[in-house]
Design a protein around this ligand. Structure first.
Ligand code: KIV
Ligand code: ZN
Length: 393
């Protein structure tokens, strides 16, 4: 497909960077075997591009990119490199084994980053972009270029460097919100402006890469899609530097559940989301917060009596997607002090009890007393309570 065809379609590519930006999260490093396990799930679930690491960063990263590259059946495999020939050569050494390789090269472009971090003049940055992208294209047809700190880059300069990168052969242009600073309207306007003003913009696919410092990473990514972006960079569980990256599970399910409002498709089989989340949590050692959208322990759990009653009548009363659609078996009606008679009766049925009216009333009132004293009421607690009630009768 040409970039123009991709831009004209409603298909949004999912670029997963759990193994690169996700792993940059302090304390989240993974072994080679763990990375391969994660990569296999990403490949199976339909991720379009897997960023497997930063090959120049260490021998371990190099090896991980090379082994992921060899293993992937469907996904394109990307490796990150700075705007330097040594980085790009090393990345290619690891990526050349892939069925579908991508070199991803980046350089900072905001005034602050150019002056303080790179200590380079803007003109030298333009030259480095041209040289690095041209060098990468000698190896590989699929080259992504990123403007690090893109959202704090001066607009005229941003247009100029995007044009330069495309002229040098970049096929994907990523404009990251590196520090999680932008807002949905601002990010939308930025992509609109760049796509309108850059004369060769239709020769590339645009990409969003959002960090979550203000909790806006997913909203910003979705706004970018409305502005014509056709690749979203994200991670499982939103793992990533500082407050993390845009969470893949939220993007995929937002586009699916609200397809009426955002008519775009991804290639992700959403029934893999829970599995992928559990695996990444386990190998990174980062627990998933209980109330995390889509994959948190409580995302499909209900305790209040009113909600449980509604759920037992029709799950759509309090659930906007089915647990099965994200790979969970069923919703969880948690028994606690807010639970009502309806849920308690269903729980007894599940546990194999059929109590008469009086015994039921007595058991229910003892259950409520217990729930007031005990934070978590487990099935065993209910079994013990009901058995005791039956023995007394
Ligand atoms: O956040 C960022 O700017 C990045 C780039 C290196 C793509 O991760
Ligand atoms: Zn990033």
């Amino acid at each position: 497909m040409t970039p123009q065809e991709i831009n004209d379609s409603n298909y949004v590519r999912i670029f997963d960077t759990t193994l690169r930006d996700g792993e940059q999260s302090p304390g989240a490093s993974m072994t080679l075997a763990e990375k391969l396990k994660v990569a296999e799930v990403l490949d199976d679930m339909g991720v379009d591009v897997i960023e497997a690491g930063f090959p120049i960063a260490s021998n371990g990263d190099f090896e991980a990119v090379r082994e992921v590259a060899k293993l992937m059946k469907r996904s394109t495999v990307a490796g990150l490199c700075r705007a330097s020939k040594v980085d790009i050569d090393r990345a290619w050494e690891a990526l050349r084994h892939a069925k579908s390789p991508r070199i991803h090269t980046f350089i900072s472009t905001s005034p602050l980053h150019m002056k303080v971090k790179l200590q380079m003049d803007p003109e030298d940055v333009v030259a480095a972009i041209h040289e690095s992208v041209s060098h990468a294209r000698r190896y590989c047809e699929d080259v992504e270029w990123s403007a690090e700190d893109g959202t704090r880059t001066e607009p005229d300069f941003l247009c100029r460097i995007v044009e330069t990168a495309i002229a040098a052969g970049a096929t994907t242009i990523n404009i990251p919100d590196t520090v999680g600073y932008t807002t949905p309207d601002e990010y939308f306007d930025m992509f609109r402006m760049v796509r309108e003003r850059v004369p060769n913009a239709d020769k590339a696919v645009f990409s969003a890469h959002c960090h979550n410092d203000l909790g806006l990473a997913v909203a910003n990514s979705l706004a970018a899609v409305r502005a014509g972006v056709r690749q979203i960079e994200c991670t499982i569980n939103g793992l990533g530097e500082r407050a993390g990256n845009a969470a893949m599970e939220e993007i995929v399910m937002a586009l699916r559940v609200r397809h009426d409002a955002m008519p775009y498709e991804t290639g992700i089989d959403s029934t893999y989301l829970t599995r992928a989340s559990k695996l990444v949590s386990q190998v990174s050692g980062f627990p998933v917060q209980y109330n995390k959208a889509i994959v948190g322990k409580n995302a499909f759990a209900h305790e209040s009596g009113i909600h449980q009653d509604g759920m037992l009548k029709d799950a759509q009363t309090y659930e906007i997607m089915t647990p099965e659609s994200v790979g969970l078996n069923k919703s969880n009606l948690v028994m606690g002090k807010h639970s009502g008679r309806h849920a308690f009766k269903e729980k007894l049925k599940d546990l194999g009890y059929a109590l008469g009216d009086n015994a039921f009333q007595e058991a229910f009132s003892r259950f409520k007393d217990l729930a007031d004293r005990k934070k978590n009421v487990y099935d065993e607690d209910i079994v013990a309570l009901v058995d005791d009630e039956l023995n007394r009768a």
